[in-house]
Design a protein around this ligand. Sequence first.
Ligand code: M6R
Length: 613
Amino acid sequence: MCGIVGYIGKAQAFPVLIKGLHRLEYRGYDSAGVALINDRGSLNIYKAKGKVEELELAVEEQDITGSVGIAHTRWATHGEPSTRNAHPHCSRSERLALVHNGIIENYESLRKELILKGYGFRSDTDTEVLVQLIDDVLTSTGTDLFAAVRTALQRVTGAYAIAVIDKQNPKQIVAARKGSPLVVGISNDALYLASDATPIAEYTSDIIYLDNEQVALLEEGQQPIVSTLKGEQVTYTIRHTDIAVGQLEKNGFEHYMLKEIFEQPDTLQQAMQGCMSAAGDIQMPDWDRCKQRFLNADRILLTACGTSWHAALIAKYAIEQFAHIPCEVEYASEFRYRQPVIKDRDVMIAISQSGETADTLAAIELAKQNGAFIYSICNVQGSSIPRLSDACCYTHIGPEIGVASTKAFTAQVLVLNMLALAIGKENGHLSLKQYTSLTNEMRRLPQYITTILLQNERIAKAARTLTFAADALYLGRGFLYPIALEGALKLKEISYIHAEGYPAAEMKHGPIALVSHDLPVVVVAPKDSLYDKMVSNIREITARHGRVIAVVTEGDTQVRDISELTMTVPPTADCWYPILTIIPLQLLAYHVAVAKDCNVDQPRNLAKSVTVE
Ligand code: M6R
């Protein structure tokens, strides 16, 4: 959370920084700020509460010249969203400006120590101690900025990605990371810094991914220098990002979320392609490295957060059914602070769109320390989770910018099911006949999604009837219980309607008490192997006058006749229904949020990439 951008080069920094902040706004949008050193050596800092466009308004009529600068878009942790707490923060000497993503855990003790030395604090943030600490090292030792940052950071516990500029050294930016991501971009005439590669992609594809506890010196006209916190120089690898600028635009859609929902026929195809051999058979990435670990696994631990956790839950159903290996699904945030029993024949599958989720990273570290093999499913190339894993399967769906995850989820479910089929085929639990039938059906999914998307207009109209609901229930069974959870999460995170997902048969153990004529109950009820059971559960709702909205298989009449609204999906196998049935629920949540005039792409209090615990 929080986005950082930096620029040093021959052009004006401000346009690059502002465009970069817009690209990173999905990481946080509570406040934004920029610091620039102009040609006369003055350090100018501008900040605004709210989104980046507020900052643009705030700098009208201001001096925004300068070819070196840093900028920040904030997701508040310490200190309310306000101009005072917005970054960049300035040092007492007013020579340094600093931006930070992460949490400084020992900031209270550092702050007390600095106050005793006469430092005053102007914000409620943990970040401000960093800039004062670096200032203190600089002024007390007379060392250079690169060394001062390293010295100061050795005293810090917590997570950080930082960028610092110094008006006494106006041709440098010093950056460092631990826990929070940071990349450096290199072009012919400039160096760039950002929380991920998206703000840099339009200027260069040459990227250095900084590792934990590395510090980088960016100097105009020079190659970057990277060192450890102790000052040992590090040899880095320049990697190439494959992000195309067109992928970062809305391309005529009103919101990124809608664009990403509509991309799913293509993204599913891309994700499938990434797990196929040239002959068209399933071939999981890094398979040679991990096949034996999967075949010999006593148990598979699946860990993730949020939507990715729902994908993990579906994978449990698939792996246990097709490969007969026991699975446990763990919230990464719980797993990391339990004392879980982890054995060296365990395989952990970690799932994350961003590859930067702090809790998932910590869960992986714990499992790895205890000898488990780590296989990750990720979207963002070069992110921290794949780098920490023993093997990785990328989903290849391009950047997902809407805060509500859509295309990442369907791709995750697809590749996890493919993994389950691959293991099942290999260990003999799945017959060749079953495997062939399921993979043939899998190839039809992109076409099926195209037909589901044709219902967009109808779903948009129907969604208006839900805008006044205070609560909603989502029900599913088997492979579709996680879809009830995911459908409910989509609705609550973007429309702010309270929604709960339940296994349908659990209703009678408590939640059915909530059912009344004004409670929308969204049922995921296609013709799978639990259809008849599900119909009975739905009848229990209608008998109590609940308003049923149903996702059903094309041609269904039984559920349609007792529902207020039905959305249809083509018939498929049980394990593929999650991918089809979530599409109408994504559209439903989207249109309810639009009808309620909510900010769909940037819902309140949320950020796309949760890099703090
Ligand atoms: O990047 P990750 O997949 O690790 O992110 C996990 C969750 O933060 C994420 O899925 C979140 O729940 C989404 N906002 C849901 O739409």
